[in-house]
Unconditional design. Structure first.
Length: 182
């Protein structure tokens, strides 16, 4: 096929300082009651890749410098702004005061399939990812503007939370890039 793997030095990686100064998407993430530090670390890394504005961690979720988080984040806890607050509802209320639209990533009646969901430049959005077993709790779902569901076609209809975050963030980032190709 003739393809040659790109060397790390050719990837044009930003320094931590330049990353912090770079423009971010108007996307926030709320992690509520995640059991696995590995999942949280993976989400940090994905948030870095797509220049998410901030991660809010809530409930019983671990926070950096948890060893599992650091292992999978590979330094992204140093680049992504994050904050812990016990109550996810307080986070939602705070973001709503900033006109941020809140969406849970969850399978519910009247959910919006991800492939039919549109994001627009300069319209901030927060995505709630819930517990690996229980998902997003109903009280949080009730506080949201809506729910986004990743269409699935197999027998499980269940994706790992870190995988889900990657799929959703790639989809939304791709939409933003296509709206603003510069």
């Amino acid at each position: 096929m003739g393809s040659i793997k790109t060397a790390n030095s050719e990837l044009n990686r930003l320094s931590i300082e330049n990353f912090k100064l770079s423009a971010k998407s108007d996307i926030y993430i709320i992690l509520d009651n995640l059991r696995s530090g590995n999942n949280i670390g993976s989400i940090f890394r994905t948030a870095d890749a797509f220049r998410v504005k901030k991660i809010f961690i809530s409930g019983s979720s671990a926070i950096p410098p948890n060893k599992e988080i650091l292992k999978t984040a590979l330094g992204a806890t140093e680049t992504i702004e994050w904050e812990y607050q016990e109550s996810p509802l307080e986070i939602v209320d705070f973001l709503k005061t900033m006109d941020v639209k809140i969406y849970a990533i969850e399978q519910v009646s009247n959910s919006i399939p991800l492939n039919q969901f549109s994001i627009r430049t300069n319209e901030p959005i927060a995505l709630i990812f819930g517990n690996e077993v229980e998902g997003v709790n109903q009280e949080l779902i009730d506080a949201c503007h809506g729910c986004i569901e990743i269409p699935q076609f197999g027998t499980k209809h269940s994706l790992n939370v870190a995988v889900s975050s990657g799929i959703v963030l790639w989809h939304l980032t791709n939409q933003l890039i296509n709206q603003n190709p510069d």
